[in-house]
Write a protein that binds this ligand. Sequence first.
Ligand code: TRP
Ligand code: SF4
Length: 515
Amino acid sequence: MNDDSHDETPGADSVALDPWGSSTISDYRSLFEEFGIEAFEDVLESVPAPHYLMRRAIIFGHRDYRRVLDAMREDEPFAALSGFMPTGDPHIGHKMVFDEIIWHQQQGADAYGLIADLEAHAARGLSWDEIDEHAEDYLLSLLALGFDADEGTLYRQSTNRELQDLAFELGADANLSEFEAIYGFDGETDVSHVQSVVTQMADILYPQLEEPKPTVIPVGPDQDPHMRLARDLAERTRFFKMTEAFASFELGDDERPLVARAHDARGEYAEDPDTPRCEEAAEWLRSADADVLDAYDDSTVESAIEKLENGGMEPLRPRLRFFDRRATDEAFDALVDAIDGEKRVFEGHVDVFEMDRETAEDLAVAVEVDHGGYGFVPPSSIYHRFMTGLTGGKMSSSIPASHISLLDDPGEGYDKVKAATTGGRETAEKQRELGGEADDCPVYELYAYLLAGDDDGLAEEVYSECVGGERLCGGCKEQAAELMEEFLADHQEKREEAREVLDDLDVELDSARAR
Ligand code: TRP
Ligand code: SF4
């Protein structure tokens, strides 16, 4: 693929999200505006017993995570899934994602961890021997950190036939122009790389194969393009599309709130407030005050009024509308039959008048599933910040000193922390006077992201002592280095214990493939 192609996309100079590029993101806030990722802090208070990565705003963003939280709180089925490209050793950056999957599993999720070996082969050109070796390492670390393999599912893409079948089906709803726009693919892109994207789409929806359910995908923000596409594809496979309408004609998403506003005001203008007429609403809007209309574009106001005028004497009445998007005739008829209360059936859609949105959505899913459809719920995601490399730049698997591998010898981990860049001042004297710059310190990040674990007290103590000038970098690093050494020793012991668990699972670790 052409890795530079994002530079030509509008806005790409401020942020670019490229799943196969080098992911440094300087301004996480701009991801909210530019891509519609929502701030995690807005949902934090509805998370039961939030993980420390959430409490410390390391998980900073989400898409549609409320849906998952609702299921979690109401004890309904939900799932969590993430995937790992086995291109090198698993390192402390991957540990965040392992922890996120495990935490969701402990909150009741059906949990999935997958090895993206097709992607590693297609997009990174790794040989199958290398892939096998790394695949095992990822799985051992995931198990060692607490993934419950009896309850959860581990798989690799290359040996999962069901997954590949789903990928094939989803591929029928995506096309190359779209891949070009999203990923910068072009005529030179290998077909296998294209296939690995469709495979990832299938990964993301895989937990819903048996039954539709809210699913969260914990990832770094570089994976967001995949999330947007997966959410789109999930929607495209659905049998019915639901909209809100007020009369027989369709409204645009921008027009709908304005017409709803006019409906709310019916008491002010309708001759019979029980049966406001479209043309009465149009007339009211024509002479409405600025405070009603100010929130809308002139063109929206104009087009809404025109539609209402054309509606004439038709009553203005709120309803839900199910469009038959790709249902069979039987499925459409079954939906119509299942609707209680007043309904009006048209060619290709049905309007219902006495049903709330949630009931309607559930009904659409149930009918779809009954008639052989997937009924996919759009998948949700949560996004974590990338850790800064120990040497200052980005943390990269290809620069050993920049990261700590979960397989590093504990003594080596100790040494790497001791050698890390800090946010300290040139002299101890200055540090006491001005305080350290914990916000720009890779060592502080180690505490916050990993070493302090669940102990918020420790993370806060390091931070406040640092910025208050009471903490000097030498001692701070010594403490961090010792904690790292302990963590690695303990983790590696647990990895050894996990070998037995892994042997008993039916995850194939010797690829039959030649190269
Ligand atoms: N593309 C991901 C990466 O580069 C790996 C991956 C494959 C993945 N399938 C997934 C991540 C599904 C999340 C969900 O690391
Ligand atoms: Fe970083 Fe610790 Fe030095 Fe503060 S005292 S700058 S947290 S190493």
